[in-house]
Write a protein that binds this ligand. Structure first.
Ligand SMILES: [Fe+2]
Ligand SMILES: [Fe+2]
Length: 375
């Protein structure tokens, strides 16, 4: 229960699925060009005829994009936190809500020939991946002014020097290369044979999620606005990335089932490639937040506040809200599409009943693990 911490620098590298290829392990300072660099691939990745990022080694193994230096860099920054007695922020698995529709619910509909709700769910995933590009618009404040302690050779010092940009490119693609948006579309189109994509998905997402995001009073009004916005965005994206773990397992399970997928091998493998690309996102975000957590922040009223109080407060707030809103949004998206199919005479009412009977149960933990410390 509660907040778990991981101390070993090795875990970051292991979680990324690739060990350091850096000629200088432990190096802490990188140029933006290095953090964006792929290195050489023996073969590029194509998804549904679209050139995508990432590629294959000569032995056929897939290597995620922009990880030649990014992966060893993150491992080195994480190692530094542990060596300094700090802890890496971890959102525990029990905080991750189950995917809705569940694997069984998705297969039930596909086997019954009712594809729209699943096409819709897959399209929502691809659009949300594309939204990831907004991370490159996050403004990084003058941290030298705002942090009491030094931060040379940290993830924080590299956020606007390659890390945010690499993340944006991974999600939304870059120039002639597709990213996760295009890779999810390819997986969907392979498995479900180029289905008709509902035209309202994008607009509905903009409306629903836009309203839900809202503004509200800042949690820490004494913080520099730019710094507050950056920490909110990093925390939100971290929670989304952690929640996505369930989405990948779901996508692999559904799309590689030959009973419901036209291209089980190719579609499932495509989702596995996307999954492999995500580790650096979770890892650099939790590293940056952990670095803030071990430092002291100057406030606009000339005082200071512990980074720990700020990071935990923000993570608690976001996690508390999103672990409730996300299952509800996913449920409404899919269920409403199924109800529409029933109303249009395209699905039997009993299918909706069977579908509802299979709804995933979730025992939401009482605590987020980021509750304020008792004074
Ligand atoms: Fe992604
Ligand atoms: Fe991601």
């Amino acid at each position: 229960m509660g907040l778990c911490f991981v101390r070993s620098s090795l875990i970051g590298a292991k979680a990324s699925g690739i060990m350091s290829e850096s000629p200088e392990p432990g190096r802490l300072v990188y140029t933006p060009k290095e953090l964006l660099s792929d290195g050489e691939y023996a073969e590029p990745l194509y998804a549904g005829g679209v050139l995508c990022h990432g590629g294959f080694e000569s032995d056929g193994a897939y290597r995620p994009p922009r990880t030649l230096h990014r992966t060893p860099a993150i491992a080195a920054w994480q190692g530094q936190i542990g060596a300094g007695g700090g802890e890496l922020v971890t959102i525990s698995d029990e905080q991750v809500p189950p995917q809705y529709p569940s694997v069984d619910q998705a297969k039930l509909l596909l086997k019954a020939g009712v594809r729209e709700p699943i096409v819709r769910a897959l399209t929502v995933i691809s659009i949300l991946e594309g939204f990831g590009a907004i991370i490159r618009d996050v403004r990084v404040p003058d941290l030298k002014e705002l942090l009491l302690e030094p931060f040379d050779g940290t993830a924080l010092a590299h956020l606007d020097k390659g890390l945010f940009e690499a993340h944006a490119r991974d999600e939304a693609g870059y120039r002639d290369q597709g990213g996760h948006k295009q890779m999810w579309e390819a997986a969907r189109d392979l498995a479900l044979e180029n289905p008709t994509v509902p035209s309202d998905v994008f607009m509905r997402l903009m409306g629903d999620r836009g309203r839900a995001r809202g503004g509200g009073d800042p949690l820490f009004p004494q913080l520099d606005k730019k710094l507050y916005r950056m920490l909110m965005m990093m925390s939100q994206v971290l929670v989304i990335e952690v929640f996505a773990r369930g989405t990948f397992e779901w996508g692999i399970d559904v799309l590689s089932d030959p009973e419901v997928s036209a291209e089980p091998e190719k579609a499932g493998t495509m989702v596995r490639y996307i999954q492999a690309d995500e580790s650096p996102h979770v890892e650099y975000l939790r590293t940056g937040l952990s670095e803030i957590r071990t430092r002291t922040l100057r406030t606009v009223d000339g005082k200071t506040i512990a980074g720990r109080e700020v990071v935990d407060g923000i993570l608690h707030h976001i996690l508390h809200r999103m672990r409730e809103s996300r299952p509800r949004e996913q449920r409404d998206d899919t269920r409403n599409a199924l109800i529409a199919a029933v109303d249009a005479g395209e699905a039997k009412k009993s299918l909706l009943e069977d579908f509802d009977a299979m709804a995933p149960e979730w025992d939401r933990p009482e605590r987020t693990g980021f509750e304020p410390q008792a004074a």
